[in-house]
Design a protein around this ligand. Structure first.
Ligand SMILES: C[S@@+](CC[C@H](N)C(=O)[O-])C[C@H]1O[C@@H](n2cnc3c(N)ncnc32)[C@H](O)[C@@H]1O
Length: 214
């Protein structure tokens, strides 16, 4: 990534405890109002595997979040709404007072991705979950909340928030300025807003594209 003024940039795998520790130590014991995670694996097209990896990434982000988010803080993360997504919702509902799902217009309709918005971090016993040894702390594979009755869990549907009007407008943005996230736009059209803000520094496909240019 190109440097961003005022930002500390760390490169690492958030599912590894060494990266998690580095991130947490940068907070120097302070806690944030909000944590945002846009992490996603390079999808393979094998949906079960992609959803599983995305779920593990989300749990790793939540785990770190419990170390750096203040009580009542907000956590927003990319999530794949696959078959087992309710397992993730259940875990998030233990940690946060309100959990909802939003699909911004910038996210392609055809994509399974959405953003989970978790508000009101409960803190307390849920602060600083162990970074290793299972999300539930005992290798059990999950947090449990005995006060949450099974039938209450079964009946709960996470609210879904669609963004933008039915006519394709977002708020007061005129229709011609509205970009369809499912369409590819020619970056050479020269339209304001379509130019790349920052070219990639060292994309993984660099060698291939250099070979193609020769
Ligand atoms: C959708 S992209 C994020 C795009 C970014 N928000 C932007 O505007 O450029 C998902 C990112 O998650 C990163 N990622 C995937 N697995 C990760 C992991 N285990 N640890 C850290 N980052 C990971 C990928 O390298 C990729 O850069």
């Amino acid at each position: 990534m190109a440097p961003i003024p005022g930002c500390t940039i760390l490169q690492g795998d958030i599912t590894s405890s060494s990266t998690a520790t580095k991130i947490i130590s940068n907070f120097h014991g302070l806690r944030a109002h909000i944590v945002i995670c846009d992490g996603a694996p390079d999808v393979t097209g094998l949906h079960d595997i992609d959803e599983y990896i995305q779920g593990q990434l989300l749990l790793a982000a939540v785990n770190i979040t419990t170390h750096v988010l203040e009580e009542n803080g907000t956590f927003v993360a990319k999530i794949f709404r696959g078959r087992d997504v309710n397992l993730l919702y259940d875990q998030l509902r233990i940690l946060f007072k309100r959990v909802s799902i939003a699909k911004p217009t910038s996210s392609r309709n055809s994509s399974i991705e959405a953003f989970v918005v978790c508000q009101g971090f409960k803190g307390g016993d849920y602060n600083d979950l162990p970074l290793e040894g299972g999300f539930g702390g005992e290798g059990s594979g999950g947090l449990t909340d005995p006060s949450m009755h099974k039938t209450e869990r079964d009946r709960f549907a996470v609210p879904f928030i669609a963004c933008g009007d039915l006519d394709g407008k977002e708020g007061e943005v005129p229709v011609e300025g509205f970009l369809d996230a499912d369409r590819s736009y020619d970056v050479d059209e020269g339209k304001e807003g379509l130019k790349a803000v920052q070219p990639p520094i060292k994309p993984p496909y660099e060698t291939h594209s250099n070979l193609k240019e020769k």
